[in-house]
Design a protein around this ligand. Sequence first.
Ligand SMILES: Cc1cc2nc3c(=O)[nH]c(=O)nc-3n(C[C@H](O)[C@H](O)[C@H](O)COP(=O)(O)O)c2cc1C
Length: 163
Amino acid sequence: MKFAVIYYSVSGNTKSMAEEIAEGIRIAGEEARLFSIEENVDPAYLEQCKGILFGTPTYVATSHWKMIEWLNHTSGINLSGKLGGCFATAHYAQGGGDTAILSMIGVLLVKGMLIYSGGAAFGQPFIHHGPIALDAVGTHFEDSREMFRIFGERFANKALELF
Ligand SMILES: Cc1cc2nc3c(=O)[nH]c(=O)nc-3n(C[C@H](O)[C@H](O)[C@H](O)COP(=O)(O)O)c2cc1C
């Protein structure tokens, strides 16, 4: 099954976590490709994907406007019926990573995606709206890599179950 991880990243953090999610999808035995919204999105591949994940840095406690703009105006992809998930990076726990994720989820719902975060039912690591890595809180960023891989794996397994 094909998956895509689409991200916007200024200083590389969100890209780095997108790579971990893609690795988790591959651990589940499925195909994952990474796309920066500014470089290399492949609409033909996205059409074939059953699941697409979206990542953003947190800017002023919401998702980066370029991510929303891309989703609103330039994606040109029919996302309806596909499984969607979101992730973010941020400086601080109180910095708005969750609202960044929720602002993207709102757009994905309008576009008809089925949204999946894994939820808290799996236990550790608890992922509520989507995984968030913090780059200004001790070793949180590096420590989060495993959580992002697990998120990718759970997401792929859910898509396999559904489709
Ligand atoms: C202009 C600007 C605004 C930011 N606003 C927030 C914020 O509101 N909350 C927060 O926790 N981090 C904030 N950050 C930190 C970034 O979200 C964080 O460093 C992120 O990992 C950057 O991702 P990137 O390396 O993929 O660009 C901000 C950074 C910049 C440059």
